[in-house]
Design a protein around this ligand. Sequence first.
Ligand code: IPM
Ligand code: MN
Length: 372
Amino acid sequence: MYKIASIGGDGIGPEIVVEGKKVLEAAGEKYNFDIQWTDFDIGADRYLATKQLVTEDDLKELKKFKAIYFGSIGDERVKPGILEKGILLALRFHFDQYVNLRPIKLLKGVETPLAGKGPKEIDFVVVRENTEDFYVGIGSRFKKHQKIELDVVRDIYNVKFGLDVTSDAEEIAYQIGVITREGSRRVQTYAFDLAMQRKKKLTSVDKANVLSDVYGLWRDVFNENAKKYPEVTTEFNFVDAVTMWFVKNPEWFDVVVTPNMFGDIITDLGAMIQGGLGLAPGGNINPKGTSMFEPIHGSAPKYKGMDVANPIATIWAGSILLDHLGEHKAAAGIVKAIEKSIKDGVVTKDLGGKAGTAKAGSYIAECVKKGK
Ligand code: IPM
Ligand code: MN
């Protein structure tokens, strides 16, 4: 029996999570386990009604779970950034989910925009650092002659960040990226371990030629880590170049490890390579704590409640969730069932099919039960 928390969130989030749950329950029937769901009402509606994003109580309750199944966040009625930072990033940071695992895998039967490439060429994993870099939320904006004394100070590892400045410029904004040795070490170790289970090739992505302090440290730690894994072939790629190579030679990559912000950017590119955002899942993992699994796409508010959203990214994220809980056969069974639904053409409009969200989800659930 697994106890799993679920947060539907905003826009299409709730409806795609319903499909995900269907499929995970089908996997439970087939592979002999039960799931007990606990739903959390977190998102724009509650925020608009109560001004609450994630409460202390939510965090206390969520902490009891090893896995959270998450839909999506974002709503047109709320200024951009509030829900994203106040809910999604707050959960990732609070639970110290330092690995953002994003497979870039072209499923059988899906078309990629890359000419001449198929499932054999497109099968790698991006391990995105998920708690540091330019995502730490240290920054500010100020206008001419506005004296700022160490504003927006944040204390990380006992270092106080902030600027003490009086400015002549019309308006200034700054944002600080923070990389730590331990933060780099732990996510890179996860990536090296993953590379050992795969093709033993690991690419590190950074921009150490320009942002040489933060990514210089990242590289030093990578080189130290690499010594502990002599069997793993390693390489460095600058982030600008890696976007080119993802398109030109995706088959070169097996495991890619990257600081937070570049990971955000290159996984949207990855999503397109694997057939679109409707097909791209992710896991926010704290190997020893509460992890969270979600599609990498947003809440697509204009499709809310229309039964058109593709549930596959969320269903696949559910497969990663089960894999994380140790249900490896069930996890593989779900990916196989997704491929079967694609082969049979029981898919949503974005993939050229006629099925609605619910029908596409139910079909995958049936395939899981039949072991197809
Ligand atoms: C993602 C999203 C988030 C991120 C946003 C919504 C905070 O783009 O999961 O990739 O930047 O990490
Ligand atoms: Mn993103």
